[in-house]
Design a protein around this ligand. Structure first.
Ligand SMILES: NC(=O)c1ccc[n+]([C@@H]2O[C@H](COP(=O)([O-])OP(=O)(O)OC[C@H]3O[C@@H](n4cnc5c(N)ncnc54)[C@H](OP(=O)(O)O)[C@@H]3O)[C@@H](O)[C@H]2O)c1
Length: 302
């Protein structure tokens, strides 16, 4: 049986992938799921030892340093986890003739483009986090093994900490919410990512290195953080009595400019990613973001 080493299983995407891979691929693949104890990404020698012991045919690597604002003051740690570790994983995978599916981010772009980003557009990260993720991409490319680098955006789900959970909590506590309305992108459900990646595992032929490279993988459509928050509140209200959820006290979601909500890390104004390459190469598409949100809400325990 072929073997997948999956990292970051306590994270949103890793958790969703662990479930989806077990559901769909358990008859063909043995899934070895690692958390921080089993695979510490700050320790290159630990990474090498663990990969050699597991001897996977494919590494799927969603684990990352994802604290975007904190990264501004923890540059070294962010680079150790997001830049050095993917390079080490790639080197070990190459030695084993294994492939690597890695995750990256819309934050590699500066957001100045006035249209959807394609994978060939210039990168220019605005934050330490974005720069560290880009350095991880480059480290994998340098190794030159069969790989997919999947740039995703605005990840949320029913598991872990994320914008969806924060908005529900705030809307239960406050009458008035102020949400940034001039940054645009696609909220992407962890479960939608997991389904798409599971399809990619079967459709991506590792031997065909011409398919290696960067792909955008996000739910379709676009909105702002304000649009996302408003839709969360609307979908919650539509479900609250059926599900017996605590009622929301919020009575106004107010759109504000990003300039009114300063954060340590600068974020791109335009995070909209074109997914045509993923669809044309692998026939993989993700649902519209509000449909994906509806599916996540159906699973949500509040
Ligand atoms: N979240 C987003 O909005 C977003 C947007 C664009 C791209 N992405 C990318 O998508 C991927 C998945 O993100 P996510 O939202 O699933 O992240 P997440 O929920 O923050 O999970 C991160 C995972 O990485 C693990 N990790 C962190 N430091 C580690 C270390 N030193 N050693 C081993 N494991 C470590 C965490 O383990 P612990 O639980 O032990 O800390 C956790 O399992 C990442 O590559 C991220 O950069 C995310």
């Amino acid at each position: 049986m072929k073997r997948i080493l999956l990292t970051g299983v306590s994270g949103q995407v890793g958790h969703a992938l662990q479930q989806q891979l077990a559901l769909e691929l358990a008859s063909e693949w043995q899934i070895v799921a690692c958390d921080r104890q089993q695979l510490d990404l700050t320790q290159p020698e630990h990474i090498r030892r663990t990969v050699r012991e597991i001897a996977p045919d494919l590494i799927i690597h969603p684990a990352a340093y994802t604290a975007v604002d904190k990264a501004e003051s923890e540059r070294e740690l962010a680079y150790a986890i997001n830049a050095t570790a993917p390079g080490v994983l790639a080197e070990e995978a190459a030695t084993l003739n294994a492939g690597l599916i890695h995750f990256s981010t819309d934050y590699v772009y500066d957001g100045a483009k006035d249209a959807l980003y394609t994978e060939t557009d210039a990168v220019n990260p605005l934050s330490v986090y974005g720069a560290s993720k880009l350095a991880g991409e480059e480290a994998i490319r340098r190794v030159g093994l069969p790989h997919l680098i999947l740039r995703t955006s605005w990840v949320y789900g029913s598991y872990g900490k994320n914008f969806l959970k924060t908005i529900i909590r705030l809307a239960q506590e406050r009458e008035h919410l102020r949400i940034v309305a001039d940054q645009y992108g696609a909220p992407t459900a962890d479960t939608a990512i997991a389904k798409a990646v599971t399809e990619l595992v079967t459709r991506w032929h590792q031997e065909d290195v011409t398919q290696s490279g960067v792909y955008h993988l996000v739910n379709s459509g676009e909105t702002s953080w304000f649009g996302f928050a408003s839709e969360i509140v609307a979908q919650y209200r539509a479900l609250e009595s059926v599900r017996g959820w605590p009622p929301l006290v919020v009575n106004e979601v107010q759109p504000i400019a990003a300039a009114e909500y300063p954060t340590p890390a600068k974020r791109p104004q335009n995070s909209r990613l074109c997914t045509a390459k993923l669809e044309q190469t692998f026939g993989v598409t993700l649902p519209e973001w509000s449909v994906a949100l509806n599916q996540v809400m159906a699973e949500l325990a509040v």
